[in-house]
Design a protein around this ligand. Structure first.
Ligand SMILES: Nc1ncnc2c1ncn2[C@@H]1O[C@H](COP(=O)(O)OP(=O)(O)O)[C@@H](O)[C@H]1O
Ligand SMILES: [Mg+2]
Length: 496
């Protein structure tokens, strides 16, 4: 557990900022031979950033790293591979527009290198001529793993690989992990599924706010103890999350603007029902891969539910495309800002985008519309020196534009998916203020956030999703981090 002369990996004081965002403050961690080491922590704790530093994908601002006692400082991922580290990253690493074979080639591998592993992962004879984008996510994750295993690493790092897998597929991954242990090699394993962590891992290091706050053997430990360790000092206070002064209370009997009734979708969304009231900011939180992506795809008209209904202002919505949802007044702000904006256009043009829906009006805004766009620019407080091209804006400012765009046209419900991920605190606060204004203006907001500590800052009410279902609901004012984290892990919330 603690650093020994034999440690495979010894990281000390690893720190990393993304501009104003502090991702890692200082992390110490060592991994021993023959050890399956869990790296745990709430969303945003810094797990993926730590893995990326070790893998040479990003470079730390401070701290040292040793492999088998030798100091290393990787500039490129292939240097980590040569030193015996292979990684399956949280974000799928295959390039979507290349075939699987081409993806192998660019990582310096051939099909025969991965073949034995594909067999182990029940993917023998899989068609590697397929474009990666046409391959299901779970299969892509397994191919990522086969690619990592083909490097024959001494240390295998797996960042939330099981989130997308079926239990049967996850078992195949566990078999490989056990084999690594038998060979006296090591695994660094990240997963929110605490049951699997306890059954397969030997020790755990807990990250919180970019620091390692605990390190212990998992012998005889229970799931609730892991959650408590992740909460760290927050547990002691157990007070409701800080009151930002932003939230309001919405009377229970206010009109329901959006009603979801028993939504089911491909086994990922299982019987979801909820009401969103006028003027309400409703929060949704969940760990990775609990069906939140699919739920938002249903609400924004990107998919249709297998069963169940979406009612907007008392009328069922049958959306064949996102455009149908927009016409019903449901507008969507995706997490990926690139996807939502025209990068080479100005802030003004991007803000006016919803008004351009009708093609004949392109570049032909009515005067009052021009004014609204102007007012939105002022409201958003965006540095206009960079305003001529949205791609020159910082991530936070880009996100303000994606939300601000909808301020120029009337809508009923703003669907926001993880709008503040990777954004500095100050811009986050501005985005929350913007969302509260939207609600105060009579519209409603459904916001999914992976950073569950932040949800109570902006929401009136919180829903927690686990395994495709809503497992917990409560007023945001009393939603402690302990409650949210416990519910998000599918554990029973005892007191509230
Ligand atoms: N590319 C990035 N740019 C800006 N901030 C980022 C980036 N990647 C991660 N962050 C931020 O760094 C923090 C740690 O993120 P991450 O390492 O992904 O945490 P975890 O994997 O534990 O959920 C979070 O606050 C996240 O928003
Ligand atoms: Mg992560």
């Amino acid at each position: 557990m603690s650093d020994t002369p034999n440690s495979v990996l010894t990281a000390k004081g690893i720190a990393k900022n993304y501009g104003p965002v502090v991702a890692l403050r200082s992390v110490d961690l060592s991994v021993e031979p023959g050890e399956i080491h869990a790296l745990l922590g709430a969303n945003g704790a810094g797990k993926s950033t730590f893995v990326k530093v070790l893998a040479g994908v990003i470079h730390q601002d401070a701290g040292t790293n040793h492999i088998n006692g030798d100091p290393v400082s990787f500039k490129m991922p292939n240097e980590a591979a040569e030193a015996g580290i292979a990684t399956v990253f949280q974000d799928p690493a295959l390039i979507p527009d290349l075939s699987l074979d081409q993806n192998l080639t660019i990582s310096g591998l051939q099909h025969r290198d991965v073949e034995p592993w594909l067999e182990r992962l029940k993917l023998a004879n899989y068609d590697f001529g397929l474009l990666a984008r046409d391959v299901p996510l779970a299969t892509r994750r397994l191919i990522d793993l086969a690619r990592a295993l083909a490097l024959d690493p001494q240390l295998l790092m797996l960042d939330e690989i099981t989130a997308a897998l079926t239990p049967e597929q996850a078992d195949l991954v566990f078999d490989v992990m056990r084999e690594w242990k038998r060979m006296n090699r090591s695994v660094l394993f990240i997963s929110h599924r605490l049951g699997e962590v306890l059954s397969i891992c030997d020790v755990a290091t807990i990250l919180r706010n970019g620091r390692d706050v605990a390190n212990f053997s998992l012998d005889g430990v229970e799931e609730s103890e892991l959650v408590a360790a992740m909460l760290g000092e927050a547990l002691a206070g157990a007070a409701p999350a800080a009151d930002s002064g932003l939230t309001s209370s919405v009377a229970d009997d206010t009109d329901v603007v959006l009603k979801a009734i028993d939504l089911d979708f491909r086994g990922k969304v299982n019987g979801i029902s909820f009401d969103l009231r006028r003027g309400e900011v409703l929060g949704l939180t969940a760990l990775e891969g609990q069906g939140q992506d699919e739920l938002f795809a249903l609400l924004s008209g990107d998919h249709r539910p297998n069963t169940g209904e979406i009612i907007v202002n008392g009328e069922p919505m049958v959306a064949r495309s996102p455009y149908d949802a927009i016409r019903k007044g449901l507008v969507f702000v995706p997490a990926d800002r690139q996807e939502a904006l025209l990068p080479q256009r100005s802030v003004r043009e991007n803000l006016a985008m919803p008004l351009y829906n009708r093609i004949e009006r392109w570049f032909n805004l009515r005067r009052d519309e021009g004014k609204r766009v102007g007012a939105a620019i002022e409201r958003l407080d965006i540095d206009t020196r960079a305003a001529s091209q949205v791609q020159r804006l910082s991530g936070g400012n880009r996100q303000k534009v994606t939300i601000g765009r909808w301020l120029v046209e009337d809508f009923e419900v703003l669907l926001c998916f993880d709008p503040t991920r990777g954004i500095d605190i100050q811009t986050k606060t501005q985005i929350y203020e913007l969302l509260r204004e939207v609600a105060a203006g009579g519209a409603s907001v459904l916001i999914y956030s992976s950073e569950l500590r932040e949800i109570p800052l902006v929401c009136d009410r919180v829903l927690v999703m686990y395994d495709g279902a809503i497992v917990h609901e409560q007023p945001a004012a009393t939603a402690t981090e302990e409650i949210l984290l416990t519910a998000a892990h599918g554990l029973e919330v005892v007191s509230s």
